[in-house]
Design a binder for this molecule. Sequence first.
Ligand code: TRP
Length: 445
Amino acid sequence: MSPRPLRVLTGITTSGTPHLGNYVGAIRPAIAASRAPGAESFYFLADLHSLIKVQQPARVQRSTLEIAAAWLACGLEPDRVRFYRQSDVPEITELTWLLTCVAGKGILNRAHAYKAAVDRNREEGVDDDAGITAGLFMYPVLMAADILLFNADRVPVGRDQVQHIEMARDFGQRFNHLYGEHFTLPEAAVEEQVATLPGLDGRKMSKSYDNVIPLFAPREQLRKAVFSIVTDSRTPGEPKETEGSALFEIHRAFAGADETARMREAYAAGIAWGEAKEQLFERIELEVAPLRERYDALVADPAAIERQLREGAARLREEVATPFLRELRAAVGLHDLSQPLAATGGDAAGAAAAPPQFKQYRGDDGRFHFKLVDGDRLLLQGEGHDSPRDAGQLIARLRRDAGAGLRHAGGGMVHLGDEPVGRLGEAVALEELAEALARFAGDQA
Ligand code: TRP
């Protein structure tokens, strides 16, 4: 059994029309990453999340079509990556409920988006929860279900989403603690070097600032948008500052190093703003025109996209979501009444004592730890790892080898082959550890 490939998963909320900021900051880097070998990528349209913000049905539908077409036009290969629509996978909503029942309400109270909404209400002197839906409040639980259902290792997100990933870890951990190790605990991957693109007014390009350049506007409209980028009042011939110039930054996001150097020289030499805008427009157009052509063709045939999304979801359900949810349902006790639950860690039949459990957590040192406990008894205190994935893989090996290959390495340390695994609990013998691990054999997830 070779370790499974790294699972990378991210959702795209289907509100709005894709703009150049989405392209540079999310679509382009994600598609490049999906081509790297050794990873299994999951990209999905988070249409259930969009309902929290957008309550105009036609806009929800249109945005879903546009965003799906944009990703496909930009080179997403549905044969190589998992590409699907959240609402086509009902296991996500079902898991949302299972997680809701372990999620701490106090944790949700601290979610940035919810707190910001409450703060706005306080400023306006109205009731704390005025106009706030339970959907906004529950947003992090739905997002945790997106991630945990597919046991994603890594979740590339913007900085504003990191808290949500921490919450997904927390809910997953609580579930694992109660019901046994079912979920991989995900890690957020914040791309530090991916630039956030400035918009027309120099602030971050964002729908909420109304300063965006649409990604697939027709050529003339793109030109017009580029010409409306705010510049200072320096006249032709006057040297211009690249520092703080939105025009320069947007150009840089499309140009290679040489072109960027030439633009920098042109600024120093006093290029006229009109000329710089013309060059920027041509540079964007060079990259975007072939994508736009594909996009227009895709949008013109929505039935083909619909088919592709449905097929993606059907495969994913069959291969992953449906069997995993069956396991999770059994884990919590939603199970065939004629089948005892002992094998899944429940207390049915009363005979089998609860099996030992691996618990994963993040230590005060920021590293990812695990331990093996049998009831209250600590059998093994694992070493810290750089990522939850490393810890998870070691746990998988320990379970698989069922106690074989363990040895004392001095000072209470235990090795598996050459690899340091951790320290035995107090008064725990190596044999006891091996026996506990042997109890995992045969209980294949
Ligand atoms: N909340 C994310 C955003 O606004 C979108 C999203 C939904 C997501 N579900 C997800 C991202 C799961 C990563 C993983 O950007």
